[in-house]
Design a protein around this ligand. Structure first.
Ligand code: SAM
Length: 473
């Protein structure tokens, strides 16, 4: 039975409720008065239910769709301004005992080289990432209790935070590892991870069981209830997502929003981020053999509808998408992107030799971080390396309440400018620096009040002239 408050996956991601939602959306997608009323409700920026948002997703009236896109764009501007936060993944290990049929790390893939970074390897990789200008990483690993132990993870986090090289530092480590126990989540929290990220892959239980035929990840309920355990363990920033292409996108969309509703109902705080990865080719994986792939138009509509349905949840798009696709959806609601990414285990400090390729999927946007930063600024976005919120204790419901009141901008905008200035001083190419200096001069005028503006100007001066770093609101 559907119950948003229940602790059981089968209740809060209830199959019948999703089927009823899809039927309701089909019945009402041409009900123009209802669609208009849902858009009107969304204009209050308080979000929509999974049923309401599913009607918008199903709607194929061009004029109403135009309204949906315009509203998504406006909400993105209101909540996130023109800032885009940058990060990179760091793959620690591709040892994995699961059988996920879409992932090249599946245990029966005998030809992919298996690698695990030592703490010394991590040091080298992190220095290479710092030298690019990154301040925020997402650590990734396959599931293998023998190789990838909690002790190894905790050591790795400590290593990453401990490396201070030139003016570089990793200030936020997000973590994407397999579902685990409350006790382990507590340990990750104590190790000061930022967001705990875990993609559901698919909310459709029957498909899930087929797509994950072997290994601990086969347990749908344990996987789906992971965020509840993470929150019980004290992690209040969690990132959810589905891998689009595995099952029908409308089913996944409803499931994703039901998951967000459940976290909000059960813990008073919804997900910090939603990721929207699409399935890609990889070693041993032919994405075209999966029949639920979605085209770029549908992808853009999903991004817009998520933005409208959960306005205060950040949205992430990775280098699985091309420059063109990223350009198309950024303004519809994306708040974070990766740049200069490698999805191999190692490879940031030295490219992997051809016969030792350990990538998780083909990176489509292969530009350098400097190229990505330059491109963002050409489109008038402020690339942000800010990591201040969790370091200032603005996580979970504290973050959400500032976000819902629209006050988070008062911190984010100045922090984006100051961290961009650090990037420009320490890592940018001359052309990127010149473009960035102009952007900062213009954007500093948009700092909300005079006192804050004076502080930002003074801090910018200290960054430029005195080589001082890490100012934050
Ligand atoms: N082992 C962890 C887990 O079980 O969730 C970490 C996952 S993995 C390092 C990160 C994500 O990559 C997965 O959750 C999956 O959604 C995605 N992924 C796997 N294979 C992929 C493919 N072929 N194309 C695109 N993304 C893929």
């Amino acid at each position: 039975m559907y119950d948003v408050n229940s602790k059981h996956a089968d209740d809060f991601i209830n199959h019948e409720e999703i089927l009823n939602t899809l039927a309701y959306a089909d019945e009402n997608k041409d009900n123009l008065a209802l669609v208009e009323s849902i858009i009107k409700k969304a204009e209050n920026r308080k979000g929509l239910t999974h049923r309401e948002a599913s009607v918008l997703l199903a709607c194929d009236n061009p004029e109403l769709n135009e309204k949906i896109f315009r509203l998504a764009e406006q909400i993105k501007k209101d909540f996130y301004g023109n800032r885009i936060v940058l990060f990179a993944p760091l793959y620690l290990s591709n040892y994995c005992i699961n059988g996920c049929t879409y992932c090249p790390y599946h245990a029966t893939n005998k030809h992919i080289p298996r690698k695990q970074l030592s703490q010394e390897d991590i040091r080298r990789e992190v220095i290479a990432l710092q030298d690019m200008g990154h301040k925020r990483l997402a650590l990734e690993a396959g599931e293998d209790p023998v190789h990838n132990t909690m002790e190894y993870y905790l050591d790795s986090i400590k290593t990453v935070y401990g490396i201070k090289h030139k003016n570089g530092a990793i200030r936020r480590v997000n973590f994407n590892i397999a579902a685990t126990t409350v006790d382990n989540y507590r340990l990750l929290k104590e190790a000061e991870i930022g967001t705990y990220i875990l993609f559901q892959e698919t909310y459709h239980k029957e498909s899930y069981l087929t797509l994950h035929p072997t290994g601990p990840k086969h347990d749908y309920n344990y996987h789906t209830e992971a965020m509840d355990r993470a929150m019980e363990g004290g992690i209040d920033d969690v990132g959810i997502g589905v891998l689009f292409g595995l099952d029908k996108y409308r089913y996944e969309f409803a499931g994703l929003l039901m998951h967000a509703e459940h976290l909000e109902a059960a813990f008073g705080v919804g997900p910090h981020t939603i990721s929207v990865p699409r399935l890609r080719n990889a070693d041993d994986i032919d994405a075209s053999s999966f029949t639920n792939g979605i085209d770029d138009d549908t992808f853009a509509k999903i991004v817009a509808c998520i933005r409208i349905a959960v306005p205060y949840t950040g949205m992430i798009i990775s280098t699985r998408e091309s420059q063109k696709t990223r350009e198309r959806v950024l303004h519809l609601g994306i708040s974070q992107i990766s740049g200069g990414s490698k999805t191999s285990v190692g490879g940031y400090c030295e490219p992997e030799p051809g016969d030792e390729k350990s990538e998780q999927f083909d990176v489509i946007d292969g530009r350098t971080l400097d190229e990505v930063v330059h491109w963002l600024m050409e489109m008038d976005y402020i690339p942000s390396f800010c990591t201040a919120c969790y370091r200032e204790g603005r996580t979970g419901d504290r973050f959400m309440s500032l976000c819902k009141k629209g006050q988070i901008q008062n911190c984010c905008h100045p922090n984006a400018l100051m961290t961009l200035e650090e990037y420009l001083m320490d890592y940018a190419s001359p052309a990127t620096k010149a473009l960035g200096d102009k952007l900062i001069d213009k954007e500093v005028l948009n700092v909300p009040n005079e006192k804050a503006r004076q502080i930002v100007l003074e801090n910018l001066r200290l960054i430029r002239e005195n080589n001082r770093r890490d100012f934050r609101f």
